[in-house]
Ligand binder design. Structure first.
Ligand code: SF4
Length: 386
């Protein structure tokens, strides 16, 4: 019989497992505490568990970390790990330290099937979903590794925030995602508040509704365009779920969300979605329809995308239009640029099963909006990028 990896379980799952072994429910809580709060992987060291239970666990279970294939540290303190998940696939996880927090950016899939134009992961295609254990193992490793590396005092936490913004579309791996979130939130696990755990989605509508009911954490939505025509091209999932339906789902989500706004991510692409006309369309789109915050993300170029980063002054001007309209808008600081750990740059190793590279390279070139052209419902005067 293969040993069960206990990182696969939230507390309910671990309780059921312990009951199968003929153990009382509270034993699961003790075990969970050892695994997630103390980072233990050796049953013999779990001193308050009965020896009989430790023996049973040794015969049936394991606590298996992912293999670290490589680690890179940026000059700004950002650390990126590449984890081998077998079968020729590897996923990336990024730790971003700031003065008042430590954020871990976690992957949910080996690759991604959504295929956003501006995303390095999307260009790699898709291999498979990660299991709950593989998602949790990223946090488990990072938290306990960093406690030692940063010489944290007892009780201090290295990771205060988790963002599901690494490789993959988390809501296309819903069954594994939700137990992972529960491990992060559980007071016997990592004890993170729902406000400090963010799921980022390109807009898988039915799953936004399910997440609201099952495990409402903070929600970020990759918007990236103010109209369907442009978003169809940048975020292909938009052809299935339109912007108005997406905003309606966000509105429903707010009924149970831990924050009273939705964060919209908007990657600033030179000449594509960054003109004043686009900003005004965005204002029209969200101002009276949804409580939101806009997060403008400087694009991190990679060769296959054929896209460029918007100049800084255009990003600032774009932000000002939104702010003047009363929309809370921030410009994301780029972190980990020198180790390709910034937003949209994550690209582990993916044994693509979707032929994404061919599909993406067969797409028509992205249309470029000529600055100063007439505004309106969509980018009217356009030219094709060479
Ligand atoms: S931005 Fe997110 S959803 Fe889009 S391809 Fe990249 S990982 Fe997938």
């Amino acid at each position: 019989m293969n040993a069960v990896n206990l990182l696969e379980f939230d507390l309910d799952g671990l309780t059921a497992f312990c009951e199968q072994l003929g153990e009382k429910r509270f034993r699961a809580t003790q075990l969970f505490h050892w695994i997630h709060q103390k980072g233990a992987s050796d049953f013999t060291l779990m001193s308050d568990l009965a020896k009989s239970l430790r023996d049973k666990l040794a015969g049936t279970a394991t606590i298996s970390a992912l293999t670290v294939a490589s680690e890179q540290a940026s000059s700004d303190g950002t650390i990126k790990w590449l984890f081998d998940v077998g079968g020729g696939n590897a996923v990336e996880t990024v730790f971003i330290p700031e003065d008042d927090r430590g954020t871990l950016c976690v992957s949910s899939q080996a690759g991604c099937a959504v295929g956003c134009r501006f995303c390095s992961t999307g260009h790699q295609g898709f291999s498979r979903n990660l299991s709950t254990g593989e998602i949790v193992a990223q946090l488990w490793f990072a938290e306990h590794h960093l406690r030692q590396r940063l010489r944290l005092a007892a009780g201090e936490r290295a990771i205060t925030n988790v963002v599901m913004m690494g490789m993959g579309e988390p809501l296309q791996n819903y069954a594994a995602l939700v137990p992972s979130l529960r491990v992060m939130l559980d007071d016997h696990g990592y004890g993170l508040s729902r406000r400090r755990v963010t799921v980022s989605t390109s807009g898988v509508l039915p799953m936004i509704d399910r997440l609201r009911d099952d495990c409402p954490v903070a929600l970020a939505v990759s918007l990236h365009a103010p109209n369907d025509t442009l978003r169809d091209d940048l975020v292909p999932l938009n052809r299935k779920y339109r912007i108005d339906e997406l905003l309606a789902a966000c509105q429903r989500y707010l009924d149970k969300a831990p924050r009273d706004f939705i964060t919209f991510e908007y990657c600033m692409l030179d000449g594509v979605n960054d003109t004043p006309e686009h900003a005004l369309q965005l204002v029209e789109l969200v101002r009276d329809s949804i409580a939101c915050k806009l997060n403008l993300i400087p694009f991190n170029p990679f060769p296959e995308s054929g896209l460029k980063r918007s100049p800084r002054d255009r990003v600032t001007a774009f932000a000002r239009i939104l702010q003047d309209a009363g929309i809370v808008t921030t410009i994301r600081k780029t972190r980990g640029d020198d180790i390709d750990a910034a937003c949209g740059q994550l690209a582990g190793e993916v044994q693509d099963r979707t032929r994404a590279r061919e599909r993406l390279s067969a797409r028509a070139p992205i249309r470029i909006h000529r600055p100063g052209a007439a505004g309106g419902a969509g980018p009217k005067k356009q030219e094709t990028k060479a």
